[in-house]
Design a protein around this ligand. Sequence first.
Ligand code: 5GP
Ligand code: ZN
Length: 134
Amino acid sequence: MGQEITASGESSAADTTFEPGCIFCSILRRAIPATVVQETERTLAFRDIAPQAPTHVLVIPRTHAYPNAAELAAGDPGLTAELLRAGAAVAAAEGLTEDGYRMVFNTGDYAGQTVYHVHLHVLGGDALGRFGTP
Ligand code: 5GP
Ligand code: ZN
């Protein structure tokens, strides 16, 4: 089978990685519903089920290979950039660009990460509070 390497030199074998117990993998497979707002060949953007701002969209890669942003960045810089570009495109489509918005990667327990399939939060639509310890 062997790893496929794209023209840009990035591995794409991880793109098929799927975890049956993962809620985001189930959304990718359309096994559970989600309100999809944008998609690219390697990413999917959908509304968070429990929004923490007027606009709250999650952007995920179509692979379960990376649990967090650090591992994604180390393993696939191109996909990392694509995820950020997708987040910016969502912000633009949602009309957030002019007033501003926040992109967040929660990492680990102290950050409150609950799904270990890397995801970018895009939050906006109103002035956001500061973040960190309350
Ligand atoms: P984390 O806390 O891991 O950074 O973010 C996980 C996010 O996924 C949370 O904001 C949570 O509301 C969202 N979420 C969890 N389950 C579902 C689901 O089934 N559908 C959608 N659309 N979002 C979900
Ligand atoms: Zn997953």
